[in-house]
Ligand binder design. Structure first.
Ligand code: GRF
Length: 207
């Protein structure tokens, strides 16, 4: 069985999409070993509990020392003994030590077509505010491997989503989740679980 850890901070709709894709057979031969949250109040933890998945909270608030926090985060991932770490709306910067240790074994979902509207400062609704301010006609979502930069790692999958004239950031956010994120993240996990992708010269190739 391919084992994944899912790291979350908030509502956990992407976590739910993964849980549902495993139940429905869109993702096969894969189990969620643990859900890790930095936020004790994250609804994602309730989703994990409802699905009978072990969940742990490594609270940033309770451990103000960043180095100590990083070690606890890495230990939580190590203890889960997983093949892949999935960042599904995880708002804490991943320690470089963990990125090195899990090279090409951490993926992230970002709600735009990278390299647009990504990098430092582009998270949550700010991504969609940026897209609407620029007047783009398509946005979308990207699943990528995590490297030392912010949203700079090798791109695994992207899906475009139409931007409509009267969109608000909230409306666009929801459409991108429904049409792109909840589809792409399970697809990427299934591809990786079945060794269908590899990273060559910093780019993802389908095998
Ligand atoms: C999603 O928009 C994801 O792309 C971004 O954070 C959000 C998480 O939403 N990285 P949810 O917690 O999965 O509902």
């Amino acid at each position: 069985m391919f084992r994944i850890a899912v790291m979350v901070s908030g509502g956990g709709t992407n976590l739910q999409a993964i849980i549902d894709a495993i139940s429905s057979g869109k993702i096969t031969d894969t189990e969620i070993g643990v859900v890790i949250s930095n936020n004790a109040d994250a609804y994602a933890l309730t989703r994990a509990k409802n699905a009978g998945i072990p969940a742990v909270c490594v609270s940033r608030k309770e451990i103000p020392d960043r180095a100590a926090y990083n070690q606890m985060l890495i230990k939580a991932v190590d203890d889960a003994n997983v093949d892949l770490v999935v960042l599904a709306g995880f708002l804490v910067v991943i320690p470089e030590e963990m990125i090195r240790k899990y090279r090409n074994r951490i993926i992230n979902i970002h709600p735009s077509l990278i390299p647009s509207f990504c990098g430092t400062g582009y998270y949550g609704l700010k991504v969609h505010e940026g897209a609407l301010a620029r007047g783009v006609k398509v946005s979308g979502a990207t699943v990528h491997f995590v490297d030392e930069g912010t949203d700079t790692g090798p791109i695994i999958l992207q899906k475009a989503v139409e931007v409509k004239d009267d969109d608000t950031p909230e409306v666009l956010q929801r459409r991108i989740m429904e049409e792109a994120e909840w589809v792409l993240l399970p697809q990427a996990i299934d591809l990786i679980a079945h060794q269908k992708v590899e990273v060559v010269d910093g780019k993802v190739k389908r095998i």
